[in-house]
Write a protein that binds this ligand. Structure first.
Ligand SMILES: Nc1ncnc2c1ncn2[C@@H]1O[C@H](COP(=O)(O)OP(=O)(O)O)[C@@H](O)[C@H]1O
Ligand SMILES: [Mg+2]
Length: 185
């Protein structure tokens, strides 16, 4: 078994000189398959920065990051995009659903690059919606869903490609307590 995430001496500095912010100062982290890890810390302590590095949404200033065995530092933009699409599911605090299309179409979106045919994409997206208990809301638009339901659609969208890891940055931060219970695994 190999770790899904290996991070060593990860640093991220925003800006330079007097105004430089050292958001990460040498983070080490190993996550194994099946592990459920919560990163806790005060606002501004660097949680989102770390997740953005793990999700290949931003690049570290220095340090090493291996995702499912792949060294992120050596990849170009195209390879990074591919890695993101194949290996990583990301759920944000603001659900980031596409407002004008159905829940089902939102979940299908990451499969557009998969090479799957339309019918197969649809089947998979429906299965992912079923997994989060929303198959009966497939045709609804995002604004016709409750906050908790919207975030569950975002979780389905993150899982539909069968990623090696699911990253979530305060996924219940915009939800009330009952909806939070809806989203939590
Ligand atoms: N794009 C950015 N440019 C400059 N500073 C940033 C940027 N993003 C985050 N920071 C700073 O980095 C630190 C860590 O922020 P962040 O990772 O968002 O923390 P958290 O998610 O734990 O609240 C904060 O001091 C923040 O102001
Ligand atoms: Mg944050």
């Amino acid at each position: 078994m190999r770790p899904v995430i290996v991070v060593s001496q990860l640093r991220k500095t925003y800006g330079t000189g007097e105004t430089a912010v050292h958001a990460l100062r040498g983070v080490d982290l190993t996550v194994w398959p099946g592990e459920y890890v919560a990163i806790m810390g005060a606002s501004g302590s660097g949680k989102s920065t770390l997740l953005n590095m793990l999700g290949c949404l931003d690049v570290p200033t220095s340090g090493k990051c291996l995702l499912d065995g792949f060294g992120v530092g050596r990849l170009n933009e195209r390879q990074l995009a591919l890695l993101r699409n194949r290996k990583i599911g990301f759920v944000f605090q603001s659900f980031n659903l596409v407002p004008r299309v159905s829940a089902l179409a939102n979940v299908e979106l990451p499969l557009v690059y998969s090479g799957l045919r339309r019918a197969a994409r649809r089947r998979r997206a429906l299965a992912a919606l079923d997994l989060v208990g929303l198959s009966d809301r497939a045709r609804h638009l995002p604004n016709e869903l409750s906050g908790g339901q919207g975030q569950r659609v975002a979780v389905a969208r993150a899982l539909v490609t069968g990623p090696a890891m699911l990253l979530a940055d305060e996924p219940t931060g915009n939800l009330d307590r009952a909806s939070t219970e809806d989203v939590r695994p």
